[in-house]
Design a protein around this ligand. Structure first.
Ligand SMILES: Nc1ncnc2c1ncn2[C@@H]1O[C@H](COP(=O)(O)OP(=O)(O)OP(=O)(O)O)[C@@H](O)[C@H]1O
Length: 367
């Protein structure tokens, strides 16, 4: 497929940057997640899993391509359906920090429909959270970022655990196991994020390591938002069972009264967005052009500089590796978020392969 990467950056993660792009033939707006080829291990894994999935509640796969950029760098690119309305984290922020319960019901139902499908295909997502759920053209929630996803097969399971501490289930925080049930715990945490604007455990400003310890060993479950109805709280209790076997499945939760009784709100017209709905939305693109023209070169250069700087971070891997012992997470990939903590990923060999906000990493991890 012939395509051109646009100027607009839709999001940046620890190992890749997501841009808007245009397909030459169809003129469809796409999202392209790009990373340097030699750092694209996670992106290639993500592409493989995403290419095997097909659901209205999972972002659509459009192909992959290695490309030599004008600066000579070879990138690996995952092309996806473009979701124009941002993430659920953005939606809560735009709505004054929290979503109304009707919207929470709608998005939660769609996330669970996506997960029910993903789980039925033998895959666990392993990093469900508001910033990994985008809002599609019709206002529907779509799960993105399968960079931590894995096939749920005890025979080949490496035992490595991945994800974002504030959304991790107790068994994940203890480094014991990670599967479909751990995604359900993360759905509960995502509901709390939609209802309060913050993930659970983060209100006290604890460090990710102490959050991991608390989740794994304290016996506590996250505090339930007091503004939610009793039905919503009951639903959350079913997601946030500390015992893996007691946690409800996606299919069971889809039949919970919390998701059964509320009207099916169609939010598209109510959504505030600055994103284009198609490449023909010239007004949007003109305004973006004006904004980004000066920023573009600087931004792209900074992108590559960031990638280069990641090399410097290798020297901290040993110290970060020690954290894995503290959290009881041998061979883990940690994606730290909340309270100024940004993403860190450590390969199974203990080599740090990515981090999006180096200062925070150094500040937070290195004493
Ligand atoms: N298909 C898409 N359409 C629109 N925006 C997208 C799409 N995919 C991703 N994004 C945006 O880009 C951001 C980063 O994407 P993604 O989470 O896949 O990257 P990542 O490198 O894996 O991030 P992280 O390191 O946080 O896991 C998302 O939070 C979202 O804002």
């Amino acid at each position: 497929m012939e395509w051109t990467r646009g100027r607009r950056i839709l999001g940046r993660g620890s190992t890749a940057t997501v841009y808007a792009a245009t397909c030459h033939n169809s003129k469809e707006t796409l999202a392209v997640k790009s990373s340097e080829l030699h750092r694209s291990e996670f992106l290639q894994r993500e592409a493989k899993i995403l290419s095997s999935l097909d659901s209205p509640y999972v972002i659509g796969y459009r192909g992959t391509e290695a490309k030599k950029e004008s600066n000579g760098v070879v990138t690996y690119n995952l092309l996806m359906e473009y979701a124009p309305y941002g993430t659920l984290t953005d939606a809560a922020a735009k709505n004054g920090g929290r979503l109304e319960e009707g919207m929470i019901v709608k998005y939660t139902r769609e996330i669970l429909l996506g997960l029910e499908y993903v789980h039925s295909r033998g895959v666990a997502h392993c990093d469900v959270k508001g910033s990994n759920v985008v809002v599609g053209e019709k206002g529907e929630a779509k799960i993105v970022d399968f960079g931590c996803a894995k096939r749920v097969d005890p025979e080949v399971d490496s035992g490595a655990v991945m994800g974002t501490p504030a959304f991790m289930a107790p068994e994940v925080a203890r480094g014991e196991e990670q599967g479909r049930e751990s995604d359900i715990w993360a759905v509960g945490c995502t509901v709390i994020e939609m209802a309060t604007g913050s993930p659970p455990w983060t209100e006290t400003g604890e460090s990710p390591v102490s959050v991991l310890y608390r989740v794994g060993y304290s016996g506590e479950s996250p505090e339930l938002p007091c503004l939610l109805t009793e039905e919503a709280k009951d639903f959350l209790e079913k997601c946030l069972k500390r015992e893996v076997k007691e946690r409800w499945t996606a299919t069971q939760l889809l039949n919970h009264p919390f998701l059964m009784t509320k009207p099916n709100i169609e939010p598209v017209s109510g959504l505030v967005t600055s994103s284009p709905t198609s490449v023909t939305d010239q007004t949007f693109w003109r305004s973006v052009d004006e904004e980004v023209e000066e920023e573009e070169t600087e931004e792209l250069q900074e992108d590559w500089r960031n990638l280069d700087r990641l090399n410097l971070l290798d020297c901290y891997s040993e110290r970060i590796g020690r954290l894995r012992c503290v959290g009881g997470l041998d061979g883990s990939i940690l994606d730290m978020e909340g309270g100024g903590w940004i993403t860190v990923r450590v390969s199974c060999e203990g080599t740090m392969i990515g981090g999006s906000h180096e200062e925070n990493i150094l500040e937070g991890f290195v004493n």
